[in-house]
Design a protein around this ligand. Structure first.
Ligand code: F6R
Length: 357
């Protein structure tokens, strides 16, 4: 039920702080230890390479998840779009572990890969919102998102839940491998939940950004470096699927290798700046597009902000920044679609669960 909300999408965006707290509760024992099925931790620990397989928004979550697993647990990770993997399988490592990320657990492209890799005798873990879904039943292990039903076609709370669960998986794997993290993940996720609340309370500001940059534009670009690039990919997918604005996400340094030709007077360029080590370089990329007439909307994180920024996200742990940074992008997309009279919850040509290959 969407209750007093005009759309499921807005309700589901607002639920994200609650979902974070639910995930913390589900994965943290009374002893304050992380609780993930021993067999899953063992499978992670035994593998020499993790292959994440997913589609769409779940694929974008996988890209960020790779960052968590590689930086914290030091296990190499490859992230693949399911429909490509099935027809163009890369050379696999000796002891691969497959992670399927799927909100619905029913996506046919992902299932096709699951069937293939099971035939090869490999193990699979599914991260899904739906217990008993096909991918969950056919995998060796399951981790649940605990996000509650996601009704809007555009995925929002499932994405942040996927990131949170992937971060927990990365942290328990690090622990199992004797790597000590210099922060308390659950504490940091609790801070993320509070920050999400602040961001969700800032809807007027998000609406005004949408009106300022996206009310009439034909196209828009999202740029970022490192994990900000991955969040930009998700932001651009949200925007195109519900507002029908042609939107593309790019690595900050890549735009100038061709796509910058598309920048015209007033083209909106939404730039994310939440990562200290690339803060100067992404701001350099903003200057490049501004010199070609772009209308820049910089969204930064507290501590890295400058006067030119349009919006500053409160500080969260830098590696977890995607969990916070995606929320303004979800809300901006929502308001852009709303003001362009689009059917927010049921965009044209799309289905919630894609059960054909
Ligand atoms: C975008 C969106 C889709 C799904 C994709 C995978 O908002 O919802 O891109 O993320 O179809 O779906 P699941 O996660 O159910 O496998």
């Amino acid at each position: 039920e969407k209750g007093t909300y005009p759309h499921y999408m807005l309700k589901e965006i607002d639920e994200q702080p609650l979902v974070m707290r639910k995930i913390i509760q589900q994965y943290q024992g009374a002893d304050n230890e992380l609780h993930v099925d021993e067999d899953i931790v063992k499978a992670m620990n035994d593998s020499d390479r993790v292959y994440i397989i997913a589609c769409g928004t779940s694929y974008h979550a996988g890209l960020v998840g790779k960052q968590f697993i590689e930086t914290w647990a030091k296990v190499p990770v490859e992230v693949h779009v399911a429909s490509e993997f099935s027809y163009n399988m890369p050379l696999l490592s000796e002891k691969p572990l497959f992670i399927f990320i799927s909100q619905s657990g029913e996506t046919a492209d992902s299932r096709a890969v699951l069937v293939q890799i099971k035939e090869l005798g490999h193990k699979a873990l599914t991260i899904t919102n739906v217990p008993g879904s096909t991918l969950s039943r056919e995998s060796d292990y399951t981790l649940l998102l605990h996000a509650g039903p996601e009704i809007a076609v555009a995925s929002t709370k499932a994405y942040t839940a996927q990131l949170a669960v992937l971060s927990i998986l990365a942290a328990v794997t690090a622990q199992a491998r004797g790597i000590k993290l210099d922060f308390d993940l659950m504490q940091e996720l609790a801070i993320v939940a509070n920050t999400m609340e602040v961001l969700c309370d800032d809807k007027e500001e998000m609406e005004s950004i949408a009106l300022q940059f996206l009310a009439t534009t034909r196209n828009a670009f999202f740029i970022g470096r490192s994990v900000d690039y991955y969040v930009g990919l998700e932001g651009s997918l949200k925007l195109k699927e519900i507002s029908y604005i042609q939107a593309e996400g790019f690595a900050g340094g890549e735009l100038k290798h061709g796509t910058i030709a598309l920048i015209e007077n007033n083209t909106p360029v939404i730039a994310l700046a939440t990562q200290e080590h690339v803060n100067l370089s992404i701001r350099g990329n903003v200057k490049e597009v501004v010199a070609r007439g772009a209308n820049p909307c910089i969204i930064s994180m507290k501590g890295l902000e400058t006067e030119e920024d349009r919006y500053v996200i409160p500080k969260v742990h830098e590696t977890l920044a995607p969990l916070a940074a995606v929320i303004p992008l979800q809300l901006i997309s929502y308001y852009a679609a709303l003001h362009r009279d689009c059917d927010v919850d049921k965009p044209r040509n799309l289905a919630k669960s894609v059960t054909v290959e």
